[in-house]
Design a protein around this ligand. Structure first.
Ligand code: SAH
Length: 244
């Protein structure tokens, strides 16, 4: 039997936000591979092996998926949100590029709802005009690159979504990011902190950059900074579709 690898996004958390296409692929799988909390979201059943691994070994996980598929497995690699946004899809293609013996494995990618879109919907429409997404983790790129991108995005008047804003191993960088944003955007710009979006304990908080402190974000938070026109209407935050 011919095996394959499907790389899927499970969405931000709420079960109704898993796409029917992703559900169908999971129903056909013999193996599920991914980071422990994401694999936990898959119901066990006969004929399905769950391989839950630690997050730091993405390339090993990708190679494992390709190996199982070459042996005939129908392998689903799971990410949260969308698999192409700071997640497993790129890791899989990197592993494929480095190991030509897997060139004949069939690979498909199935999108999911990424955290910034779920957060934007919960807040209103803060990403309603031009925006960008920046991963604030310096695990895979130097901090100087992040600082430069932050400045350029702020000067371009993009709304911005920040993933991986702050962790226990990186407690101070987010404070530095806030300093750069205050310098470039001023103290009145709106910034929203969306934690555990679509989960039962979802928490949304919108303040100005002048009021923002680094402890408002953690690894379960996606942060959205508005552009110069972003404003509140009632209990919502939105960015108009036209530039000034
Ligand atoms: N592939 C994922 C992102 C993985 S990076 C996606 O498309 O959403 C992990 C980061 O995503 C977290 O640090 C956080 O910034 C963000 N994130 C993921 N799920 C989230 C959720 N339910 N609520 C808030 N932020 C979330």
């Amino acid at each position: 039997m011919t095996g394959w690898v499907a790389i899927v996004g499970l969405g931000p958390g709420r079960e109704t936000l898993v796409t029917p296409e992703v559900r169908a692929v999971i129903d056909e799988a013999t193996d599920i591979i991914g980071y422990i909390p994401y694999v936990k979201r898959i119901a066990p059943r006969d004929g399905l092996t769950l391989h839950a691994t630690d997050n730091r070994v993405e390339i090993d996980r990708a190679t494992h998926a390709l190996t199982l598929a070459q042996q005939g497995g129908r392998v689903v690699v799971v990410s949260s949100g969308d698999p192409g946004v700071f997640a497993m899809a790129s890791a899989l293609f990197e592993a494929l590029e480095a190991q030509p013996r897997f060139a004949d494995v069939a690979i498909t990618v199935h999108p999911g709802i990424t955290a910034m879109l779920a957060a934007a919907a919960a807040l209103g429409a803060p990403l309603g005009h031009d925006f960008c997404a920046i991963n604030l983790s310096d695990n895979l790129k130097p901090w100087s690159v992040i600082e430069n991108r932050l400045r350029m995005a702020a000067r371009g008047d993009f709304a911005m979504a920040f993933y991986n804003p702050r962790s226990r191993s990186r407690p101070v960088q987010f404070g530095q990011a806030l300093d750069i944003l205050r310098e470039e955007c001023g103290p009145d710009r709106l910034i929203s902190f969306a934690r555990n979006v679509t989960h039962e304990d979802q928490r949304l908080r919108t303040v100005t950059l002048g009021e923002a402190t680094e402890d408002m974000a953690d690894m379960r938070t996606v942060v959205i900074v508005g552009n110069s026109a972003t404003r509140r209407v009632g209990g919502h935050v939105y960015t108009p579709r036209s530039a000034e």
